[in-house]
Design a protein around this ligand. Sequence first.
Ligand code: SAH
Length: 340
Amino acid sequence: MKNIKDYNLDELKQELISVGEKPYRAEQIFKWLYEEKVKTFEEMTNLSLELRKKLEENYTMCNYNILKKQESKDGTIKYLFDVLDGNAIETVLMSYHHGYSICVSSQIGCKMGCKFCASTGINFIRNLSSGEIVEQILAVEQDTGNKISNVVFMGIGEPLDNYDNVVNSIHIINHPKGLNIGARHISISTSGLVPKIYKLAEENIQCTLSISLHATTNEKRSEMMPVNNTYKIEELLQACKDYIAKTNRRISFEYALAKDNNDNLDDAKRLVNLLKGMLCHVNLIPINKIENGIYSKATNENIIKFRDYLNEHGIVATIRRELGSDIDAACGQLRRKNLK
Ligand code: SAH
């Protein structure tokens, strides 16, 4: 059965036309799904009984079951959702003074193999559909009653490796008749799939692009992130420059600081040279040590020195606040738990 939440508004109109229905029904259905957040077609009371029956027979609503919910002392909540085919995914809700932010997964498992990331031990199983991405937001809003204002694609998976579904999910998340979350409040984080960065620049969506850079030499980056064997730092930064020129949007570079690995002032100096003159911001993440991981957190002293060096040399850098570390929900800690 098709998932009704896989369609953006235009696609749903086309779908309804193809089954002999009027296109304006799509807007009514969108309203029920994303404003009223109903869980059954039966509740869509301004549709005829006949149409509701037709929808029920041909489409699913993809309502997730919560398999596990863990709440951190700082208010962060980690969900394990049953995605209805025997697999499970993790989603994290974070609360900030400016509102609620959700970290969504884009794939079940990941192919990228970054050495510091907990998702690496998981075999890649499949891409999530756009509806399965959107459902993470709906399920969390339904469970907490909170309206989410920011979406970050920083859960499990490489969003640009599931390009079409991720971009389509953004159309649904962003649409005024969909979840109505402004594109500027949506961030895509990538390990650096260069051709997809060029493609994204052409989409004309005003979302924020985050690049997981983490190292300043190709040798070091390839050691930490195998993707760097395919797309070198220079190619990656060229794609970023193109993205900035086309979209006029500031890029956010993520740099996870690991002790005695990439945290000294020579690294900071090289980072300044690489990013000089770019419209960007650096997000420093104290690396989270994963089970059997080879990298451990840089000292606070080094993290602060690193930040100060960047700021003093014209690169705006901030240290990311660690949320949810007591429930394994901090950056890079998400991993699909076994269902059994
Ligand atoms: N695949 C995407 C998005 C998922 S990871 C990407 O690579 O960007 C989201 C962010 O968390 C990335 O910047 C990633 O490099 C970072 N991250 C992964 N593992 C981490 C860890 N153990 N400690 C700190 N940050 C980590």
